[in-house]
Design a protein around this ligand. Structure first.
Ligand code: DNO
Length: 403
């Protein structure tokens, strides 16, 4: 009984190779067919090529992250229906190729968001940071989203203005580019690398959601689930939705996978065990009312994939990605509950005991400063996280005599 250790790999364009991943202690890889445009079918031929490549390195393709849900599906348009048909085809093909855990998200336009990708920690390592004032500044003064100021308090608008006026043009450009392009393009987001007019394009993408509130987004999500989950059941595939990161609304967009009440809704929207959650501790953990061990205790029976990462929230509400085992984040408490869930599954005779997990993100440390990596995915920082979390799991299992 072990959590299946994985690392994320971004395909042949990733500066980190499968040969290196094979040496880290991970036995599995989390990846996607990044070369296939969002909404198109993943053919068996393409799936097999990637699978064989991974297996040639002694690894297994454990999880797809992500099989992208297009903006059209999230908006519930006619083209979205065609994309859903393609999605089902991809699920069938993946299931038939033996790849049965699928991570995806239902966040409109913007997947994860950070305002600073290289926040220096006291020991010289770099982490990623989300600043509320910086984000407000981006929204109101850089993006200039119509009526954006209405979403913030007067104090926040004032502070955002002061911040904006203190930055030079390059810094302003950088922050917009990071939020819209740099953190999104490598995960197949809506705006691609090389897009010159990204501010305008991004505003247009946001504008398309002006009539979609939380209730409507939930309706569109339910529709998607009721279409794809029967296919997941038929091909023994587990769908695992990723929570919102950060877990609160941004840019006037609704967010629907952020907290206890959302997960409750999510599970009730479709009751199949093939429909569940990617439990991302870093995403849920950035909100004070989310108690990680409690949430897992409640909803762990339908968790199909685990992302382990710790965040530290500052008094002003900003947060940054701290050490995986930072005592403030209680990942030890969470790991204990995960192990208990494994024991439960074993006693129930379930087959999905070795839940796949990956250390989510990592600090930039040591030799990471000398090589390329996507934001959040430097090799050594993640390997350190993987080693720490694996030791934690082993120690807890030893104490509980659970093997
Ligand atoms: C960022 C990731 C997310 C995640 C997607 C899953 O590093 O955690 O982009 O992969 O939300 O669909």
């Amino acid at each position: 009984m072990n959590l299946t250790k994985t690392l994320r790999w971004f395909g042949e364009n990733d500066a980190i190779s499968l040969r290196e991943i094979a040496q880290t202690g991970a036995t599995g890889v989390v990846t996607a067919l990044h070369h296939i445009p969002n909404g198109d079918v993943w053919t068996k031929e393409e799936i097999k090529k990637t699978k064989e490549n991974i297996e040639a390195h002694g690894l297994t393709w454990e999880v797809v992250e992500s099989l992208p849900v297009t903006e059209e599906i999230k908006k519930g348009t006619a083209l979205g229906k065609l994309h859903i048909a393609n999605y089902k085809e991809s699920l069938k093909n993946l299931g038939e190729c033996g790849i049965t855990t699928i991570c995806y998200n239902f966040m409109p336009v913007l997947d994860w968001a950070r305002t600073n990708l290289s926040y220096t920690l006291p020991n010289g390592a770099e982490a990623m940071y989300f600043g509320l004032d910086e984000f407000a500044m981006f929204d109101i003064f850089i993006l200039r989203r119509p009526n954006a100021a209405q979403d913030y308090s007067d104090k926040q608008v004032k502070e955002a203005k002061v911040l904006f006026e203190s930055l030079n043009p390059e810094q302003k450009e950088q922050i917009g580019y990071n939020i819209i392009v740099k953190t999104q393009s490598f995960i197949d987001g809506a705006v691609k690398e090389g897009e010159k007019d990204y501010l305008r394009l991004f505003n247009a993408l946001l504008e398309a959601y002006k009539d979609i509130d939380k209730a409507q987004l939930r309706t569109n999500f339910s529709f998607f689930l009721n279409e794809v989950i029967p296919i997941a059941e038929k091909y023994s595939v587990h769908m695992a939705v990723h929570p919102d990161d950060p877990p609160f609304p941004l840019l006037g967009l609704p967010r629907i996978v952020s907290c206890d009440e959302d997960i409750k809704w999510l599970y009730s929207a479709n009751s199949s065990p093939n429909h569940g959650l990617t439990f991302c501790s870093g995403s849920f953990g950035a909100r004070k009312d989310n108690n990680l061990p409690e949430l897992f205790k409640k909803y762990g029976h339908r968790v199909h994939f685990v992302h382990l990462r710790a965040t530290k929230t500052l008094p002003n509400g900003d947060f940054f990605e701290t050490d995986h085992l930072d005592p403030n984040a209680d990942l030890a408490g969470l790991m204990k509950v995960i192990v208990e869930e494994q024991i439960k599954r074993k006693n129930q005779g379930r087959e999905d005991i070795d839940i796949p997990m990956r250390p989510d993100h990592g600090h930039k440390i040591l030799d990471d400063f000398n090589r390329e990596a996507n934001p959040g995915y430097p090799l050594l920082g993640r390997v350190k996280g993987l080693a720490e979390l694996s030791g934690l799991e082993k120690g807890i299992k030893h104490m509980l005599a659970a093997n």
